[in-house]
Design a binder for this molecule. Sequence first.
Ligand SMILES: [Zn+2]
Length: 117
Amino acid sequence: MSELVSETAVEQALLGLQVGQQQSCDWCCECGRELHSGTQVTAYAYKPADEPRWEVLRVYCQACTHTEIETPTLGTAEVLVSACLALTQLAARQTTRLVLSDVELHTHSALTDGTSP
Ligand SMILES: [Zn+2]
């Protein structure tokens, strides 16, 4: 396990994190199914050692759920979480974004785990 993070800190950090580039839906990166607000998903997020923010790289529908980080990368913190997708309004711009809510940590890989990229 890890010296890196507490579960709660990771869940807090991922809460409200933007998913995908589209405004109102994203796609399961395995089967291509559309994922809308209110959908339960599994998300893979990562944070390089020198970056302050997490980034959601992939989301999976429930049928394609992953439970393990298969190839951990050294120097990068990686997590798999279950979450519910939600729409949030960006106050500054007249637009909405798909974000993670109800984040629950499944598994994580610390900065010191894995092999060099
Ligand atoms: Zn899928």
